[in-house]
Design a protein around this ligand. Structure first.
Ligand SMILES: Cc1cc2nc3c(=O)[nH]c(=O)nc-3n(C[C@H](O)[C@H](O)[C@H](O)COP(=O)(O)OP(=O)(O)OC[C@H]3O[C@@H](n4cnc5c(N)ncnc54)[C@H](O)[C@@H]3O)c2cc1C
Length: 414
């Protein structure tokens, strides 16, 4: 059947571009966005500055927690959407990247974030002495609360998950290019418009739309290409693995039902069950010192993070986890913090209008929502709005760039 003249014309206009969508940055967000756009039939180019699956950004390693226990109401709907999309991607690829686990939240009963998280996940208060071989010890008295949500938690294999979405993007026709640093994004020449994306090697690609998912490099790139100041501060963080004390390896193991956990208060410490490295358990501090993503202090960049975590272990898990000699493994990573710890998911605006979409500032808690964020970014680029988000009850108003206007460093509320 012949296509109507106007749609042929529209198709011809689109074909004037090399691609429909260029995605800049191949961490979890860019890889998910590339997959979501390519699945819609868009011609996608995914550009990554370093090697694919490198360890210099935020999406590498063996584990990230997924949980729907959240202090802020905007996130549980996004986690639920992401869960559905994680399952779809596992089914499409045949990979298994999500290992379910209970989620334990502990902390002082006066901590409002803890109480809100417990409520959001319908977690139930538990007696920790009866669970997991007594691995956790909380201070005596009524001042403390420990609650477990049996559903909605789990551990994601991070690097494997990024690889899965890159493989699926390629399978759906996306072109992936690594060792390709984007140095400029311009409005494309009239009359076609769109965007022109230039790389450090002098190549220029034209596309109707561009999605920018460059993690800790967001402020630098958007300042240089658009003069836009986004208050996204990179932090140098550490993934720390600790040895289980002899005889307690099974108590901490994922297949014994050991939970992911979050200990609210100061320091905020979190962990995942012993899974990827038998006999070792990941226990981290949620934070780290400010850093320049292009000039990190690899030797001591984490500050006294290991010391803070060791002191927490000695108070809360002294019988089960060994602190003598410090952590067995340290892996550097980066957070991209916004002042309110909420994401940035928005059109860049200004001269770019809706042609450039930004996904950034995931503030140390974005991985679990990667497939949802990727779907939303792809729909914003292709359709100009994110229908899936609206259907899933995800309120994108929380993630607008305009919330920083007139208050560029924002208010550090959590
Ligand atoms: C230690 C640690 C623990 C975490 N734990 C959890 C957790 O338990 N649960 C959870 O949900 N989240 C967690 N997070 C957060 C989560 O990992 C991040 O929110 C997420 O990985 C951010 O992904 P991204 O794609 O935005 O950034 P990145 O993964 O950094 O990807 C950005 C990519 O853009 C590339 N790039 C940069 N500039 C350019 C350029 N000019 N041209 C081309 N490419 C460019 C970079 O090389 C990089 O590959 C954790 C993070 C860390 C560091």
């Amino acid at each position: 059947m012949a296509a109507p003249a106007e749609s042929l014309e529209a198709a011809a206009a689109v074909r004037r571009f090399d691609y429909d969508v260029i995605v800049v940055g191949a961490g979890i967000m860019g890889s998910c966005a590339a997959h979501a756009a390519a699945s819609r039939g868009a011609r996608v180019l995914l550009l990554e500055r370093f090697d694919l699956l490198h360890h210099l950004g935020s999406s590498h390693g063996e584990s990230r927690t997924i949980r729907d226990a959240y202090p802020k109401p905007q996130y549980p709907p996004m986690v639920r959407l992401a869960r559905r999309l994680w399952a779809d991607a596992e089914a499409e690829s045949g990979y298994r990247v999500l290992t379910p686990a209970p989620q334990l939240s502990i902390g002082p009963r006066t901590n409002p974030s803890l109480l809100a998280s417990i409520k959001s996940s319908s977690a139930e208060e538990v007696d920790l002495a009866q669970r997991w071989g007594g691995a956790f010890r909380v201070p005596d008295g009524d001042g403390w609360v420990a609650a477990v949500s049996e559903h909605g938690g789990g551990v994601l294999n991070a690097t494997k998950a990024v690889a899965m979405f890159q493989a699926l993007a390629a399978k759906n026709g996306a072109v992936l290019r690594d060792k390709t640093e984007v140095v400029d994004i311009r409005k494309g020449p009239a009359p076609e418009g769109g965007v022109a994306v230039a790389t450090s090697s002098g190549e220029v690609f034209h596309a109707a739309k561009c999605v920018v998912t460059v993690g800790a490099w967001t402020s630098k790139l958007l300042r240089s290409v658009a003069g836009v100041e986004l208050p996204i501060q990179p932090l140098h963080t550490m993934v720390l693995y600790w040895r289980a004390k002899p005889g307690h390896e099974r108590d901490l193991a994922s297949d014994s039902g050991f939970p992911t956990f979050s200990s609210y208060g100061d320091p905020h410490v979190y962990g995942t069950p012993s899974l990827e490295l038998p006999g070792l358990i990941k226990i981290n501090y949620d934070g780290g010192p400010r850093c320049d993503p292009d000039g990190r202090d690899w030797a001591s960049g984490g500050g006294d993070v290991a010391g803070r975590v060791a002191r927490w272990i000695e108070e809360f898990m002294p019988d089960h986890v060994e602190t003598a000699g410090g952590p067995v493994i340290r892996q550097p990573c980066m957070y991209s913090m916004t002042p309110d710890k909420d994401f940035v998911i928005d059109f860049l605006g200004g001269e770019f209008g809706k042609d450039v979409v930004v996904g950034a500032g995931f503030s140390g808690h974005g991985f679990k929502m990667g497939p949802a964020v990727g779907r939303i970014l792809a729909e914003m680029a292709i359709d100009g709005n994110a229908n899936t988000a609206a259907e899933a009850g995800v309120e994108l108003g929380h993630f607008r760039i305009s919330r920083f206007e007139g208050n560029p460093m924002g208010n550090a509320k959590n």
